[in-house]
Design a protein. Sequence first.
Lengths: 481, 93
Amino acid sequence: MSKAKWMGISKVRESIATSSSEEVTASYLDTILKSRINGYVTINEGAIARAQDIDKNKDGKGHDGVLAGVPIAIKDNISTKGIQTTCSSKILQGYVPPYNAHVIERLLDAGAVILGKTNMDEFAMGTSTESSHYGTTLNPWDHEKVPGGSSGGSAAVVAAGEAPISLGSDTGGSVRCPAAFCGVVGLKPTYGGISRYGLISYANSLEQIGPIATNVSDIATIMDVIGGYDPRDSTSIKQEITYQDSLVDDVTGLKIGVSDEYFAEGIDEGVEKSVWAAIQKFEDMGATWEKISMPHTKYALASYYIIAMSEASSNLARFDGTRHGLREEGENWHVMASRTRAKGFGEEVKRRILLGTYALSAGYHDKYYLKALKVRTLVKQDFDKALSNVDVLMAPTMPTPAFKIGEKIEDPLALYLTDVNTVPINLAGVPSISMPCGLVDGLPVGLQIIGNHFDESTIMRAAYSFEQNTDHLAKRPAGVE
Amino acid sequence: MITKDEVEHVGWLARIEIDEQDADSYAAHLNTVLEYFGQLDEVDMENVDPTYHVMDVVNVFRKDVVTESLTQEEALENTKSRQDGHFKAPKIM
């Protein structure tokens, strides 16, 4: 393989069968080495040895896992034993987790080979991957544009052919946004669907780990490996779902809800057209659609940010220089911790911790945090009501295509506003998949398909049918076959 | 409105040292965002309960038995500041 390629899991497995996991892995590492997009923070130095290990077992009883020898990229906030995990922050530079996240255990059991850790907004706080301490990731479709965020690296490396599949995490759109901006498929599962054990928390009542791939079938394959109950995450929920079973090309009778609130002021005309064309396509394929109202959508963003920042201010208290990462000098613990955190955290992380601390502090708790939680109830009720009348909701994932690097980074609020269509889904805890539905000026547009709690099978059936009956996923960035 | 002094106070609560010359720009950024948050005041929340958690999961217990865990050495391997099997930190009081 000389040129970067999009290969789904089945193609990768064919390649491994005719050559070896070592050869396939080496080829990906070579592509990564020549890359200019800065998608990885850390390359797994043990990748080749791991691939050789799987190869040795190929003919024996060893690895018959569905991902035997298949390379995968992992977002840098998911703990990987023996591989540096930084959350793209200076404060965790050099931190090597002594244990694996639940999803990593599952992937390794299935035979996967970790290529490396992908770049992200620092502690997953952002929509562009520009807040990474290790430099921004470039969008493979246009190097002057952001890849989206916060899982920008995970989406960009898949789009650039530097990994066949990856894992991201989605707190307020962090899987779906970069999947949309990079023209690949990304799933935010139902809250509780995947164990968060080993995911370094940002806002734990909102976030889920989610897969990114070049096709819907691969999303199902990964979900069958990483989904399910784990007692080490007390919010993980017992559910028996076989994601593969949802890969059915049939949307006859599917009821789609479309809410005007997701096509609000400021939406790009090209994005609006692409998404409506997709809904029209579903109608041609036998589905029906109707307008529905989700009146609290406009308040979701403020509610989301108050909750996320409040939870962040608590979750990130553990980075105090005592047990790992950076430590500054100070005459007592408080001064040491305050200096370590001042030096180790980037500007956006500090702003969010300060705002979260303020929102939870005496006198302001009821004004901000409690109100945000009540609005969360109202937003969730909007979803409950809508999804009792229709099977899925469809909306643009992002209101615009990828924007320019540097365009919004100086204006935090402008950046927050781009999350308007993704954060309500996390407040409600429902699943949502983003998949390509067209190009605007050469940049991908994401269609978001949202479903009821633990009804991934319906949104994946819709996504799979759309994929089978359109050619949007045949389009790739320049230089990628 | 959050003042420069309040920023420094919140910085102390959050254990993030804030330089005096940076406090103004933090205050400006924070006020822009807080002003945006203020729009929640227009929502009618009478008789609305807060949602702390979207799923109906309460009181998840496990049996109080010893299971496998990290060794002391593994737990300490990310710091140079240790002594006698403990993390070593500057005095707190």
